[in-house]
Design a protein around this ligand. Sequence first.
Ligand code: FAS
Ligand code: PHB
Length: 394
Amino acid sequence: MLGAERTQVVIVGAGPAGLLLGHLLHLEGIDTIIVERRSQEYVEERVRAGVIEWGIANFLESSGVGTRMRAEGLVHHGIELRFEGVSHRIALSELYEGRAITVYGQQEVVKDLIALRQGYGAPLHFDAEVTSIEGHTTDHPTVRLTSDDGETSITADYVVGCDGSHGAAVGSVPPGYLRRYERVYPFSWLGILAEAPPTTEELIYCRHARGFALYSMRSPTRSRLYLGVRPDETLDAWPDDRIWEELVTRLATDHTADIGQGPIIERGITPMRSVVIAPMRYGRLLLAGDAAHIVPPTGAKGMNLAVADVRLLAPALAAALGDHDERLLKEYSDQSLRRVWRAEEFSTYMTQMLHPHPSDDFENGVQMARLRQVIESESTARSLARNYVNLSSV
Ligand code: FAS
Ligand code: PHB
């Protein structure tokens, strides 16, 4: 039962950012309430990101959230770039101090965090939607929310908007205080999750004249694949056989066209865009994760950035609440935004290099030159490896 409440930090949203922030603050002895508008089942089954950077995986482990990730996650030491029918392996670990990525679905991280929080009984309310946030510039902002129990409110010392790209936090700030930077790309990603053993050991990023393709996975029996499609595409134009046929065509090389096929158990179309909200704070409202920034998933940065934000925010809130020391909190937005813009740059670089532009052939010439540079120049490959494996932690 959710009655009118009082706590130290209200966290809006139970995605990776909100759940991990709640856990990190619990470790600091800070009381939090997490409010999530969707059901637990929905949040745990939502298929999204798949790649966890080296430093982020270590941080999850050191925070006590890494046991299943280490047991079930797939450690990858390279990726493939495929174009003009030829595959080129980028030996990530050789290029970057032996470091590797871990392929472990975002929904598994979310399940692990929910199990942790429910294990120690901290408040986590599903099916409860935040409808407004007031008093941002007072010492005790108030969150209003609605659930099956009706309307209620929670007063806190701080509120953190971890409510993703369509949340309530940013919209609760009066006009003129937050600036929104945005870029929309001329394509979307059609993603599928299939009960099909992957026929590749490592991720394959493919640029084909017909469009982008990505061959990823979730386990030895489950493949995760993506196609770059027009931004106005809809799922009903893509029956299973068309999806598989297009994936086979784009991923074929001079030697093979084999990709494991099987029942598609989840599918969706995600628009490709970049968004940055600055600053990531207004009074006692802080922003973290997709609520503050969106990156095109080509660089596999979305979830990693969300973790990096809360890794910085948790000790800052603990210092402010425990010692009335707001120095770290004052630095949070600027420090996070430097990392966010680096991730926007890398994600844009990967997106433009791997997606043929629908109408600008000069752009396509430039992007092919960039792609060849990765293959021909070790220093360029090394730079890509460092950004792909560990951008969010440097
Ligand atoms: P999230 O969006 O995960 O979580 C926000 C939560 O807030 C949601 O559960 C939402 O229900 C809740 N919420 C929103 N408004 C609320 C309100 N008013 N009250 C209460 N709760 C509210 N990244 C990759 O790296 N690779 C990918 O392949 C990839 N695919 C993606 C596909 C889709 C469709 C989307 C939308 C994103 C994808 N991303 C991908 C990015 C994704 O992984 C995000 O970076 C990651 O989920 C960020 O985590 P959070 O910031 O916690 O936001
Ligand atoms: C995924 O496995 O879902 C995935 C991997 C790499 C990306 C995007 C998504 O760049």
